[in-house]
Design a protein around this ligand. Structure first.
Ligand code: URA
Length: 233
C-alpha cells in the first residue's frame, strides 16, 4: 500500500509524524537509494527500502497495546535524569519496547496507555484529538456551586482559558472531573484556581476506555475491541 513517507516513519517508531517531516526536510531520508526531502511523498509500506541517515528503517509488525495503572511516585518518561522510577520499569517484562501515550504527573496515578504504535500515539496526543479524560480528584475542600460553574465554563490557567469541562462532587472531598485538553498539570491547576487544591489524583478513563480493576503498578493487554476503539477516536 502507498502511504506518506512521514506516516511510514511514524509507524516504524522513528519519530512522531511532525518530527518525521522535519527529518525528511533535512534531506536525511532515502527511498530506494534516492534522497526524498518532500514530506508527503508516497512510499510502498511493504516494498520500499527506506533509510534515515543511511540506516535501514525496519517496520515493527508486532504492535503491542497495554493499559498500565501508573502508581504515584514514578515518572512518565523513558529515562529520568534523577534516576527516579519510571513507567518503563513497570512494563520491563513486555517483549517489545513500548512508550507512554501522553503523560501523567509524578504524583498522579491511573490509566496510562503504552504502545509501540507510533501512529496511534501521534493521533491520541495531537491537540486536535481532544479525547475526553476522566479523573478522580480528592481535594482539600469541596468547591461551592459558583466555583464549579466557573470550572465548567473554563478558567484562565497559564494565561489561557481552558475549554468547557465537567465537574461533579461524587463523595466527601471527592470530585469527578472530565476534560478534553491535555495541558500541563491541568486538573491540579484548575482545582487550585477554584480554591480546592488537589490532594490525590487518579485518571479513571480515556474516552470510554476504563481502568477497571487493574491494580496499581500492574498492566494488562488491550483487547481487539479496545484497540479498534482507540484507533477510531
Ligand atoms: N492533570 C493533572 O494535573 N495531572 C495529571 O497527571 C493529568 C492531568
Amino acid at each position: 500500500m502507498l502511504i506518506r513517507l512521514q506516516k511510514f516513519l511514524a509507524e516504524a517508531q522513528v519519530a512522531s509524524r511532525r518530527r518525521a517531516e522535519e527529518i525528511i526536510k533535512q534531506g536525511r531520508v532515502t527511498v530506494d537509494g534516492v534522497v526524498v526531502d518532500t514530506p508527503g511523498a508516497k512510499v510502498d509500506d511493504e516494498g520500499s527500502a527506506v533509510c534515515v541517515d543511511g540506516k535501514p528503517v525496519i517496520k515493527n509488525k508486532n504492535l503491542i497495546y497495554i493499559m498500565l495503572n501508573k502508581p504515584e511516585g514514578c515518572v512518565t518518561t523513558a529515562k529520568d535524569q534523577f534516576n527516579r522510577k519510571t513507567v518503563m520499569d513497570m512494563v520491563a517484562d513486555v517483549e517489545e519496547r513500548i512508550y507512554p501515550v501522553g503523560r501523567l504527573d509524578y504524583n498522579t496515578s491511573g490509566l496510562l496507555i503504552m504502545t509501540n504504535d507510533g501512529e496511534l500515539t501521534y493521533r491520541l496526543t495531537h491537540p486536535k484529538h481532544n479525547v475526553e479524560k476522566t479523573y478522580i480528584a480528592y481535594v482539600e475542600k469541596e468547591p461551592e456551586a459558583a466555583e464549579m460553574e466557573k470550572f465548567r465554563r473554563g478558567i484562565v490557567i497559564d494565561g489561557r482559558k481552558t475549554a468547557p469541562a465537567c465537574i461533579e462532587i461524587i463523595g466527601k472531598n471527592c470530585l469527578e472531573i472530565k476534560i478534553h485538553e491535555g495541558r500541563n498539570r491541568q486538573v491540579r491547576k484548575m482545582c487550585e484556581a477554584i480554591g480546592s487544591p488537589v490532594l490525590r489524583l487518579k485518571r479513571q478513563a480515556i474516552g470510554s476506555l476504563k481502568l477497571g480493576d487493574v491494580k496499581k503498578g500492574s498492566y494488562r493487554y488491550l483487547n481487539k475491541d479496545e484497540i479498534d476503539y482507540l484507533k477510531s477516536l
